[in-house]
Design a protein. Structure first.
Length: 132
């Protein structure tokens, strides 16, 4: 094992070049005042307006793995504007959330959700009358 000791009095000062580096061009993109619009890019995705209610204190942990805007309503209720590229993504995520969910809109998402629920009930072989 070789141990090396560097003494400060024997170290040379760093070499400074003759000129500074050329500055790069100024970026054309600057952060927008509307942070939500810039980061979430709501224009290219579909938005669904939901309300999530939880009996537990971990309501935030129950949110689906979906981009969106969270607006607290009270201690256990949150408005959530989900932003997705496809309704299938949102239906799959909401199926795994253990919280009461209300869909406030839009109507085309409600229709898609109803068709998906009917399809899943048909696949399971159970009807509403079979459910306790």
């Amino acid at each position: 094992e070789a141990m090396r000791i560097f003494r400060i009095d024997r170290m040379a000062p760093p070499h400074v070049g003759d000129r500074l580096a050329d500055p790069g061009p100024v970026p054309r993109w600057t952060p927008s005042d509307d942070f939500r619009a810039q980061v979430l890019n709501t224009g290219s995705r579909m938005a669904a307006d939901l309300v999530l209610r939880s009996q537990d204190d971990d309501a935030l942990a129950r949110l689906p793995d979906v981009d969106g805007i969270l607006d607290p309503i009270d201690w256990r209720t949150f408005g959530f504007t989900a932003l997705v590229g496809d309704w299938r993504q949102l239906v799959a995520a909401l199926a795994t959330v253990d919280a009461a969910i209300t869909v406030r809109g839009p109507d085309d998402f409600r229709e898609y959700l109803t068709r998906a629920a009917t399809r899943l009930a048909t696949i399971s072989g159970r009807t509403e009358e079979d459910t306790p």
